[in-house]
Ligand binder design. Structure first.
Ligand code: NCD
Length: 309
């Protein structure tokens, strides 16, 4: 039985290497099984609730699909405007209420730490689907599953993480998970959007080799994989600062020609302009495969947290 049973899933640092490998194995089993079956009814009769206080397409719909593919049911708070949050109800009271109906809750919130606070208020497992610029642990799990599938290994790899490393919660969670493996990292960001120092120094203490640079072409030439991210417009206090930085790194066919080597390109999506649509036809463009992997990985996580694997 997994040691994730009954646990809140809040931070990329909570997983052991064994947890990660076992989730990858289960996601892969589910992926194969879903080629033959429409559902794998391990969670029949269980209810998942989604509470999203920030926009989402993939995270919410993939969790809802994952629960239904496992035979469970889904309730969703729809819009904030349609709920008692609009009347001023607190997050804690909202979570305590929904805990009376559901067996597991998936929450996204704009404030760093808010999902952990909510988790302290209930014993029903809470999954952090993104807390401001904090963490996004389930994205990191589907990302590592994708890296493994695309490159066939999780060791002796060089990866470039590119874009908004300051506010991007996906990269904050991903590096925690990557830190279990023998991986060299390029952090490619403008000076004002560098990876927070406390994250970088912790990684270095763990023995991870890190190069911080603004030179995307050179780092791409050294890398097996590029993980692009969106400049997180909603986290900027100065709109002009966003305007200045939004086009800073762009991958298009011309860029790929200059790099002139086989590369895997990932992105948590949504993209704005960082990857030109023409790149979708490139063999290494993995971002829509990455979307699909999210379904399998979230199924694996739900099955483990609910104690069914
Ligand atoms: C990301 C997020 O919400 O943090 N999206 C996602 O979950 N796939 C990335 C982003 O919004 O840039």
């Amino acid at each position: 039985m997994s040691n994730l049973k009954g646990k809140h899933i809040l931070h990329g640092n909570q997983f052991t290497k064994k947890d990660i490998l076992s989730l990858i194995r289960l996601a892969s089993d589910f992926e194969k099984e879903l080629k033959r079956k429409a559902i794998i009814p391990l969670l029949r009769g269980r209810i998942l609730a989604t509470l999203f206080f920030e926009p989402s397409t993939r995270t919410r719909l993939s969790f809802e699909t994952a629960m239904q593919r496992l035979g469970g049911g889904v309730i969703s708070m729809g819009s904030i405007e349609g709920s008692s949050v609009a009347k001023g109800e607190s997050l804690i009271d909202t979570v305590k209420t929904i805990s009376q109906y559901a067996d597991i809750l998936v929450i996204r919130h704009p404030k760093v730490g808010a999902v952990s606070e909510a988790a302290n208020a209930t014993s029903v497992p809470i999954i952090n689907a993104g807390d401001g610029s904090g963490q996004h642990p389930t994205q990191a799990l589907l990302d590592i599953y994708t890296i493994y599938k695309e490159l066939g290994s999780l060791n002796n790899l060089t990866l470039s993480l590119v874009g908004d490393l300051k506010y991007g919660r996906t990269v904050h969670a991903l590096v925690e998970i990557l830190s279990h493996f023998n991986i060299k990292l390029y952090f490619v960001a403008p000076n004002s959007l560098r990876m927070p120092e406390e994250i970088t120094s912790k990684l270095k203490e763990k023995g991870i080799e890190i190069v911080e640079t603004e030179d995307l072409i050179s780092s791409a030439k050294e890398s097996d994989l590029i993980y692009m991210t969106r400049i997180q417009r909603e986290r900027f206090s100065e709109p002009s600062e966003y305007e200045r930085l939004k086009g800073i790194f762009i991958i298009d066919n011309e860029f790929l020609k200059k790099v002139n080597k086989e590369l895997v390109i990932m992105h948590p999506l949504p993209r704005v302009n960082e990857i030109s649509p023409e790149v979708d036809f490139y063999k290494g463009a993995a971002y829509f495969r990455q979307v699909k992997n999210g379904l399998y990985m979230r199924m694996a996580l739900l099955a483990k947290v609910m104690g069914k694997k």
